[in-house]
Design a protein around this ligand. Structure first.
Ligand code: OAD
Length: 249
């Protein structure tokens, strides 16, 4: 694909990179996004009725089974060339922090050395009362959908993801915000830039003077503000950017 004029030259002059990813980053691996018409997960379910603490309290088995189904689907997919390009980019800059809204763990499976998960991780379970982690060995060896928690007599196992109405992990959001304030360049990849507070991060970077590069086949509220807006898929754009950076090095 054709990169915008000046993008590679700009990237060769920056040291600190912040990369923000959303569901579109996983789309080419076959993980449904939330709001896309074609693959929108939300077309089939009304997650507002499922991805909430209230829904889990009212009908824990329905919520547990929905996440179990998503976990099984994620187990079958693999990182794509865009995930691998982000791993390669770690060697091309002085520092690169990867912050994701995704809960599928694909960046870690691709080999990214450090991933800040703003919305948690669907493959991990925690106690519904204490928030303490529950090992998958407990989940697999105890009956119940969901199994009872080992940490609290009234607790149940639940996915370690941020539900509607819940706070994001403070340390994750703090790290992401600090990186947005300090980075020289910020990639915003595969996110509709609609859900706060994650959606504010590229604007924080922009206002702090960073170069902002958006990669998304569709336009978003960030597209008109970004320094570079690539209407392309994550795999295509990231592979091309990384290849050009390596060749021009
Ligand atoms: P969305 O489904 O809202 O947006 C996905 C974006 O990815 C859209 O803008 C698509 O145009 C874009 N896209 C689709 N395919 C792509 C590709 N191959 N390459 C690049 N971009 C592509 O997902 P998010 O913005 O991540 O929160 O949604 C944010 C949050 O909303 C999610 O993390 C979730 C949901 O509530 C929680 O679960 C807490």
């Amino acid at each position: 694909m054709e990169l915008p004029t000046g993008l590679i030259t700009t990237l060769r002059s920056v040291r600190k990179i912040l990369v923000l990813t959303g569901a579109g980053m996983s789309a080419e691996s076959g993980v449904p996004t939330f709001r896309d018409d074609l693959t929108g997960l939300w077309k089939k379910f009304r997650p507002e009725e499922l991805a909430t603490p209230e829904a889990f309290m009212d009908h824990p088995q329905i919520v547990w089974d929905w996440y179990a189904d998503r976990r099984r689907n994620i187990d079958k997919v693999h990182p794509h060339a865009g995930h691998l390009a982000l791993v390669e980019m770690e060697q091309l800059f002085e520092s690169l922090l990867l912050v994701t809204q995704n809960v599928d763990g694909l960046h870690q499976r691709a080999g990214s050395s450090e991933v800040v998960e703003l919305h948690g991780n669907i493959m991990v379970s925690i106690c519904s009362k204490t928030g303490k982690r529950i090992e998958n060995s407990w989940i697999e060896s105890n009956p119940g959908r969901p199994p009872a928690s080992p940490h609290h007599t009234q607790g149940l196992a639940r996915p370690a993801v941020v539900w509607f109405g819940e706070q994001l992990p403070a340390d994750a959001m703090n790290r992401a915000t600090l990186a947005a304030l300090e980075c020289d360049a910020c990639f915003s990849i595969g996110t509709s830039t609609l859900v706060q507070p994650a959606a504010s991060l590229p604007f924080v970077a922009l206002n702090a003077g960073a170069v902002v590069i958006e990669i998304n086949p569709n336009s978003t509220p960030l597209s008109s503000e970004a320094n570079f807006s690539l209407q392309a898929t994550a795999a295509d754009a990231l592979s091309t950017i990384t290849a050009e950076l390596v060749h021009s090095n």
